[in-house]
Design a protein around this ligand. Sequence first.
Ligand code: PLP
Length: 404
Amino acid sequence: MSASVIDFVATEARFGAHNYEPIGVVLARGEGVWVWDTEGNRYLDCLSAYSAVSQGHCHPKILAAMVEQAHRLTLTSRAFHNDQLALFYEEVAALTGSHKVLPMNSGAEAVESAIKSVRKWGYEVKGVPDGQAEIIVCANNFHGRTLGIVGFSTDPETRAHFGPFAPGFKIIPFGDAAALRDAITPNTVAFLVEPIQGEAGVIIPPPGYFTEVRELCTANNVMLVLDEIQTGLGRTGKLLAEQHEGIEADVTLLGKALSGGFYPVSAVLSNNEVLGTLRPGQHGSTFGGNPLACAVARAAMRVLVEEGMIDNAARQGARFLNGLKDIRANTIREIRGRGLMLAVELHPEAGRARRYCEALQAKGILAKDTHEHTIRIAPPLVITSDQVDWALERLATTLTQDLS
Ligand SMILES: *Cc1c(COP(=O)(O)O)cnc(C)c1O
């Protein structure tokens, strides 16, 4: 490591809260699927900022939209209208087939906003007695880091010493429709779930699970809230992961790739009266729906569709998945994936996934471990066949090593 790398890492460690444990690379530039460190070494980005950079680093059209808008108008607050918000609403609604949109910034804010909205809907429309609303969530969920959300996490690290937490959440196993049926009561207002559990290690539910979930929610007047912050906008090879299941959520949450990684933009989308219960003064955000965010999100959605990134994710995802499954290595326990949301789960004896990520870094691939034994692979959706094959070669040589 050069002096400059040591300096960045040491300075971060000295002044920053140590709430992350980054891989030892200091990035300085990005373009498409590639990023470069401060020494000029090039890496294939197989994390895409947890799927926020799906459109590829510094996409020129999103960049142009951002610069153009930044010259004109950045923030008005919602105290006034701006000439971008209506267009953003129109375009995100048309793309996703939604009726109502609530713009926020981070993914966690979208989740919190959805929780507030479905509770309000429960009291004002469904007729749940005040203060009694229940929301069902799944074990091993990841919905963000705010206090309300970590209160219903099942990960001890995520929760420990952050309590007391808000009541009103029930936790059931993921992929178990019978558990949902048993957990629903007359006070249940919503079931909040990820279509594929991302942070848990790309856990895909059994076929037919979401069909049953949809039926149970409809039959019991429970709002199905799909957190598509990671799975949405093409990551799984379809615009929304719900399309693989042939269902429609009542409330859909988007974030991450909604801005192509340029800016925090999230949104709550609803297909019914849920967002309709919000009245002036009851919810808001200074930056939510600002013209810069809207211009960036509009461009991010446009390039996703115009440049065929969703189909490419399906095609390259299948190539990547098959390639991973062809790797014969004793270290591999299971390969999972849908579209370009992929994971390699290692046998516990193979050693920590972190070691393999560090070995991959040395070969020019940046990937991130999750939960000790899983390497997650989620490159930008603009990846080409040659780049997939290039990555597979390096993954094969790394995974056949014993790094325990
Ligand atoms: C990343 C993520 C969030 C939280 O988004 P932030 O922008 O980090 O707050 C919520 N849900 C899912 C499924 C995510 O992957």
